[in-house]
Design a protein around this ligand. Structure first.
Ligand code: NAP
Length: 244
């Protein structure tokens, strides 16, 4: 399952990847494990998490898994305690987990906001004291946040809130660097669920490649950048001005 690689580039880096049980998060976890990082993979689906862990370990990588429902604050706090106790310092967090309701209603709006915005906020806030300053945060937003999608107004708004949060955090002098990636339509189960056309879209490896370049320090991206990855192309959508 792991692609050919140098297994040493990210040695000793401890990286949390949420939403690692599927799609983009899974691809990110594999790609970073492939470069030598110790992955702390979260999701709700235990069997998919264990499958991921087994395949990473079988290919010589390192992976710890934790089943975590991001809509539940007390589960997030328990995860943070687990992380502190077992790993002490974390180098990077990649917030890839996301939720979209096939049909948005008043009843499911809160869940969307909890998973897409509040959970990354809680995780970042609680992790900051033991996040390596030379590491950072990568939030996976969406192009739906930039061109509001009329079918998914709550999803679009929750993702827009996430990138506003990212750019706010990026301006804090004492904070770790914070990047936002906005994927366009991508071939994952989420895309298939809402549009049924996933097979014709860019693969999740286009997003994981961008994440990996940022973490390896091999990209032109800077703290606070919002990066769009759409139709297999990367571009910087916005960059923090030097003085605001
Ligand atoms: N695919 C696209 O076209 C596209 C485009 C733009 C942005 N995005 C964003 O990219 C990210 C990854 O999405 P994807 O396309 O890879 O979707 P996916 O294959 O459906 O994966 C979503 C991931 O989020 C996790 N998740 C969902 N609800 C959760 C909850 N309550 N608690 C914990 N984990 C939860 C899922 O884990 P469990 O099921 O195990 O809980 C799964 O690992 C999302 O933030 C999404 O909004 C996707």
């Amino acid at each position: 399952m792991l692609r050919s690689c140098s297994m040493t580039e990210l040695n000793n880096k401890k990286i949390i990847v949420t939403g690692a049980s599927s799609g983009i998060g899974q691809e990110i976890a594999i790609s970073l494990a492939n470069a030598g990082a110790l992955i702390i993979a979260t999701g709700r689906n235990k069997s998919r998490l264990h499958h991921l862990q087994k395949s990473i370990i079988a290919d010589g990588g390192r992976c710890s898994v934790y089943d975590l429902n991001l809509s539940n604050y007390s589960e997030i706090k328990s995860f943070i305690n687990f992380t502190k106790k077992n790993f002490r310092v974390i180098d990077w967090i990649v917030n890839s987990a996301g939720h979209i309701a096939k049909k948005e209603t008043l009843q499911n709006a809160e869940l969307t906001v909890r998973v897409n915005f509040l959970a990354p906020y809680y995780l970042i806030h609680l992790l900051l004291p033991f996040l390596n300053k030379e590491g950072g945060i990568i939030n996976i937003s969406s192009t739906a946040a930039l061109r509001s999608n009329p079918t998914f107004p709550v999803y679009s708004a929750s993702k827009a809130a996430l990138h506003v949060l990212s750019t706010a955090l990026a301006q804090r002098p004492s904070s770790s660097p914070c990047f936002t990636i906005c994927p366009g339509p991508t071939n994952t189960p989420m895309r298939e669920k809402i549009a049924g056309d996933a097979a014709s879209k860019q693969g999740p490896e286009f997003i994981s490649r961008c994440v990996r370049k940022i973490i390896l320090g091999k990209s032109r991206y800077q703290n606070g950048d919002i990066i769009v990855v759409r139709d297999r192309q990367e571009k910087i959508l916005s960059r923090l001005p030097k003085k605001i």
